[in-house]
Design a protein around this ligand. Structure first.
Ligand SMILES: [Zn+2]
Length: 726
């Protein structure tokens, strides 16, 4: 029977307070086989589900040191950048020395930005109403950023199960259950043959990025031993699916999957609903941490190899699957605080020689203080193991002990040895399945979210309609782009070299953006034109050097001859600034993912860079800021940057942008979480309906161009719009 939906409320009802017990010794150290995240395991899962839009990603796996590579290469690329002179004095050694200095300067600049954005958020020990209010707020926010606020309707579980496999300690079945209408997940149910009590305690055991998932022998051993101990044990599958444009992150699926797995466990007559524990390692540790944080039904948790300051698992330091990086979480809190939101649920942290190595000293004391301040000092426990990243036997034994103590209620439980455990062949469990007639697959989640949360472009027929539309959309855009997370400007303009090229003057300049970021740019004009010149800011995927090299009537040199002040900047992730080699998408992806975690997506960073350039141009005596056109060619991402910057900056009076067949509906633009709740490219373009706008290569999936034309008409600027389809 499915649980009564009205009875289960996440994050709102206080957990029953158990009487505190006494601490127990930490047991012995027994080395066992090592479980590791494998690139193969991650890749296979991600290749199934990660991301429809990653045309060129390597299955979403971020290589170790990816950001370091970004920084290094950006630094190398900056040889011609921030302060490099076109007319550098000759001499190879002098050039090399200057290049080194430029590289170091760029590295420092980028590292400082990363460090500031990723600064750990220390856990503050709060008490009483202060704590309750903080917890309520954080739970709501975490659910919101993962697209689970409000929680989805609890549809019938519609359980389907395979035939049982027989094991001396239990039976094993694959069980399918419904998450959203037509969306099913599955897991392995280990039903004990011998119960120590009825109803029995239960364990939810999500797995991490183990090769073969919960069929992996190490995951099996944990589940089989819990069954041996008389726990009804369910190992949920670590599903991956992400569609950030409409607000679906991997955590949306994982969290809801585990909440529904608890629903399933509660629906079993064998299970004591008041005695359900959760344990997992690595990605399973993340699932465990999120579940104990948000669902009061969790009686106790063991988080293995996961909890640490978020910055420890950002891309500059370690390789982590993208499922760890959900939108905007670092604007709210950090991992250690999330792990405490289930207080007073007993939480055990098992750490090791991985990103959790520093947790015991750096983070755990504050967690202990928090629990102690609430009278539950014995309900948190941390033990460091000198092992690689694994959920080996000694850690599993500590998990059994913790659950015996806090789920079964044996306060005098000791750490006991795990016996020799017979496991099934991996293939046997992998093949275990049954028919699920109504299963539409995870892509259905996108359809459901689009139906429920997708934008509906409003009719705009009068100037007042358009103005009210802008009043609503501009703050929404600022929020989507994380404008309030932008860092205060710290850098000053750097002036590079100037050189003459016939009648033209070429300058290299660096314009300050947020934080210490300086945007490199080339400014071209002719000597013959005096006074203030109309400004053209040109953006292109080949960045300023190739734009400068382009000929033709729209080329930078020709426009300069015609009397324009031509500006060729490299906003972030283009050209020299975090420049990527064309075939190395990991660099751009690293920044894209960091931006998601920071709540500061790359298009937001780039739009800020572009506006920083405008500030720099505005300070020139030869720029006519009443005539500023931005052109973007050959890149949908840059087109969107131009559209976003224009929406937020009235100094841009004209736009000529080439969407290159991209739009958010096609999921082929840089990630902006939840952008499609508000609008696609045409809806953002409508914010410029009182400027001159040429929109090229608009894909049909972007929607109705007549709607955009109507917005321009309503704004009194019908002639200002030109659109071309691709
Ligand atoms: Zn993952």
């Amino acid at each position: 029977m499915p649980p009564d939906p009205s009875r289960i409320r996440l994050g709102l009802s206080p957990r029953a307070h158990d009487p505190p017990g006494s601490p127990v010794g930490d047991g012995k150290d027994i080395m066992d086989q090592r479980e590791r995240n494998t690139r193969d395991g991650i890749s296979r899962m991600l290749s199934r589900a990660w991301h429809r839009r990653t045309k060129s990603s390597r299955n979403g796996f971020i290589r170790p040191g990816a950001l370091g590579t970004v920084i290094l290469l950006a630094g190398v690329a900056s040889l011609a950048g921030l302060c490099v002179m076109l007319n550098r004095p000759s001499g190879a050694s002098e050039d090399a020395a200057a290049a080194t200095a430029d590289r170091q300067r760029a590295q420092k600049m980028l590292r400082e930005y990363f460090e500031q954005m990723s600064a750990p958020k220390p856990l503050v020990v709060r008490r009483g109403p202060d704590w309750e209010s903080r917890r309520r707020q954080l739970r709501e926010k975490v659910l919101e950023i993962t697209g689970l606020e409000p929680l989805p309707k609890r549809v019938p579980l519609d359980v389907r199960q395979s035939a049982p496999l027989d094991h001396p300690w239990c039976t094993v079945r694959r069980v399918y259950y419904q998450l959203w209408p037509g969306v099913y997940s599955s897991g392995l149910l280990f039903m004990p043959k011998q119960f120590r009590e009825r109803p029995a305690p239960a364990m939810l055991s999500p797995h991490g990025h183990w090769q073969s998932g919960n069929a992996h022998p190490e995951v099996q051993r944990r589940c089989l031993n819990f069954a041996r101990l008389g726990y009804v044990t369910f190992s949920s599958t670590q599903n991956h699916y992400e569609d950030l444009s409409i607000g679906v992150s991997h955590q949306t699926l994982m969290m809801w999957n585990n909440i529904r797995a608890l629903d399933y466990l509660e629906s079993l007559p064998e299970v004591d609903k008041k005695k359900i524990g959760v344990a997992g390692a690595s990605g399973g540790g993340l699932q465990t941490e999120m579940l104990v944080a948000l669902d009061d039904r969790v009686k106790a948790a063991t988080i293995v190899g996961l909890t640490c300051d978020f910055r420890e698992i950002m891309f500059s330091h370690t390789s982590h699957c993208v499922c760890n990086h959900f939108p905007g979480v670092m604007r709210l809190t950090d991992h250690p605080e999330i792990s405490t939101l289930g207080l007073p649920a007993p939480v055990q942290y098992l750490t090791m020689d991985d990103w959790t190595k520093k947790f015991q000293k750096q983070n755990f004391p504050a967690i202990q203080q928090l629990y102690a301040a609430h009278g539950f000092a014995d309900r948190v426990f941390c033990k460091y193991f000198e092992t690689p990243h694994s959920y080996d036997q000694q850690k599993r034994e500590h998990t059994y002990w913790w659950m015996e103590r806090w789920v079964r209620g044996r306060r005098d439980a000791k750490v006991e040895s795990e016996p020799q455990t017979k496991t099934f062949p991996i293939e046997t469990l992998v093949k275990l399945s049954t028919e699920v007639p109504g299963n539409k697959g995870f892509a259905e989640i996108s359809r459901i979210y689009e139906e429920r949360r997708g934008y509906k472009a409003p009719a705009i027929s009068t100037a007042a309609d358009w103005e009210s539309y802008c009043r609503r959309m501009i703050p929404a855009l600022e929020h989507l782009l994380g404008e309030d997370a932008a860092l205060p400007r710290q850098a000053t303009a750097t002036s590079g070299s100037t050189r003459s090229e016939g009648s033209r003057v070429l300058q290299r300049v660096g314009y300050p953006s947020e934080g210490g970021i300086v945007v490199p740019a080339i400014v071209v004009r002719t000597k013959k034109n005096a006074g203030k010149l109309p400004v053209v800011v040109m953006l292109g995927p080949g960045a300023k050097e190739s734009l400068l090299a382009e000929g033709g009537p729209a080329g930078a040199r020709v426009l300069a001859e015609k009397g324009f002040l031509v500006v060729l900047p490299d906003p972030r992730t283009f050209g020299e600034l975090f420049a990527t080699c064309p075939d190395d998408t990991n660099q751009r992806q690293a920044w894209e993912r960091n931006g998601i975690v920071w709540g500061r997506p790359v298009p937001g960073m780039a739009a800020t860079d572009l506006r920083g350039v405008l500030d720099g141009i505005a300070s020139r005596s030869d720029a006519d800021m009443s005539r500023v056109q931005v052109t973007a060619r050959g890149s949908g991402d840059l087109a969107v940057v131009a559209l976003f910057a224009a929406a937020l900056d009235r100094r841009i009076t004209g736009l000529d942008v080439d969407l290159a067949g991209c739009c958010f509906a096609k999921r082929n633009l840089a990630l902006v979480s939840r952008v499609l709740e508000h609008g696609d490219v045409l809806q953002w373009a409508a914010l410029s309906a009182r400027r001159k706008l040429t929109l090229r290569n608009v894909p049909p999936q972007a929607g109705d161009k007549a709607w955009l034309a109507a917005a321009f008409q309503a704004a009194g600027n019908a002639a200002g719009l030109q659109t071309e389809s691709n």
